[in-house]
Design a protein around this ligand. Structure first.
Ligand SMILES: [Zn+2]
Ligand SMILES: [Zn+2]
Length: 108
């Protein structure tokens, strides 16, 4: 059986071939600095941002809840210039008029 062995192929110049495939037009992610060929742009308030992933875009640009600090990925709730992830967080900050459900009456 050993007679069928054509010799070990090895992995010649693997790192060099990979380096040659990196395009020269790659941009770096504004959040993590990763140079990537599939970055995308987000324009916010007239400023152009470049990201390699939605996660990095969220980390950099998504507003944080004024009470719990979590990132607001949906529309969120706004009162008195502050953004909240939900009506509960707004109430914890003293904003009573925001509600999650219109058909529920909260006890005083
Ligand atoms: Zn990134
Ligand atoms: Zn919150």
């Amino acid at each position: 059986m050993l007679g069928l062995d054509r010799g070990a192929p090895g992995i010649p110049g693997g790192a060099d071939r990979r380096a040659a495939l990196i395009p020269l037009t790659m941009e770096r992610c504004d959040n993590c600095g990763n140079p990537y060929d599939k970055t995308f742009e987000v324009h916010l308030g007239g400023v152009r941002h470049v990201f390699d992933s939605f996660e990095c875009a969220i980390q950099k640009l998504a507003p944080a809840c004024a009470h719990c600090g979590c990132r607001i990925l949906g529309h969120g709730l706004e009162a008195d210039g502050a953004l909240y992830c939900c009506a509960h967080c707004a109430r914890e900050k003293g904003v009573q008029r925001l509600v999650d459900r219109a058909d529920v009456h909260h006890p005083a």
